[in-house]
Design a protein around this ligand. Structure first.
Ligand code: GPP
Ligand code: MG
Length: 284
């Protein structure tokens, strides 16, 4: 796909500021974890950590904690891919808000198919495309400087698409309209996201702290289902991963790569004002 003018990708001052943030981002919690096996993620983890990493020889403790956090983040991406349904090598997939490409490479490894990723950070796009070149996958896994609300991909060409923790940067009605346009009828959309709990009344202080930290806009749980229903996306699976992600945050809080946001996530999850959800939906 040709690269459009920057002003066609970054259409608002808000989008420009998000792009600048991720262009400059080099956080150890993402870089050090990615260096474990070359998969660089921008999402959190799920599953039971092996807490023996907190013990044992002091010289290797940090390295073992980092490997464990990375294992939990990769487990989250594997779970997302589990919900894409039957994907074959001839299919095409989209990673919307692809970051440095971790989930895209895992999808290609699992299904052997073409994957396109889009990001509004040129730094992330370049990083991920370099990784594709290093893996000899440039023809199969491609990253584009594009807006996920207007990707430039053809209509009706995708077997599956996802947002792995990137929906909180955009309007969900606009986002799902674009996924719906790109997916074939019978295609599958999956997101993993943090959302606030409508039942506890708007954004709690901890949720506001999360929004502040990333300059994002966490949506209400109900908003996902309204926006899907309005765009021919019909949920088939909804998983509440809140209990499964809390141990990741507890371990991260005790690690040398803790970024300072850990308390906000732990408080939000424990007070039930925020949920970590996986939603899979069919394009009807
Ligand atoms: C960042 O992942 C994820 C987001 C910015 C989206 C916010 C997610 C919510 C569930 C609200 P990252 O891996 O870049 O973040 P960190 O640097 O904190 O690990
Ligand atoms: Mg991270």
């Amino acid at each position: 796909m040709p690269t459009p003018a920057t002003t066609d990708v970054l259409r608002t001052p808000y989008q420009k500021s998000i792009s600048e943030y991720w262009d400059a981002e080099r956080d150890p919690v993402n870089i050090r974890l990615g260096e474990v096996d070359g998969l660089f993620h921008h999402h959190y983890g799920i599953g039971e950590p092996d807490l023996s990493v907190l013990e044992g020889p002091a010289e290797t403790r940090e390295e073992r904690i980092i490997a464990e956090l990375h294992r939990l983040e990769s487990a989250q991406a594997e779970l997302l891919l589990d919900h894409l349904g039957d994907v074959g090598p001839e299919d095409r997939l989209l990673d919307a808000g692809c970051g440095r490409g971790g989930t895209s490479f895992m999808a290609n490894r699992r299904f052997g198919c073409d994957v396109d990723g889009v990001s509004i950070s040129q730094q992330q796009v370049d990083f991920a495309n370099n990784q594709a070149a290093e893996r000899d996958l440039s023809g199969k896994v491609r990253f584009h400087f594009r807006n996920m609300l207007d990707t430039g991909l053809p209509t009706g060409g995708l077997r599956g698409s996802w947002n792995n923790e990137s929906t909180m940067y955009v309007d969900l009605f606009e986002l799902f309209a674009e996924h719906s346009r790109m997916l074939k009828v019978g295609g599958r959309y999956v997101c993993v996201t943090g959302c606030y709990n409508d039942l506890t009344g708007g954004r709690s202080k901890a949720v506001i702290q999360i929004d502040e930290r990333y300059t994002c806009n966490v949506h209400a749980r109900s908003e996902y289902f309204k926006a899907m229903a309005a765009n021919r996306l019909t949920p088939i699976t909804v998983l509440d991963l809140t209990a499964a992600t809390i141990p990741y945050w507890e371990l991260r809080a005790q690690s040398s790569v803790a970024s300072g946001v850990e308390d906000a996530f732990l408080t939000a999850y424990r007070e039930n004002s925020f949920h970590y959800l996986l939603i899979a939906a069919d394009r009807i």
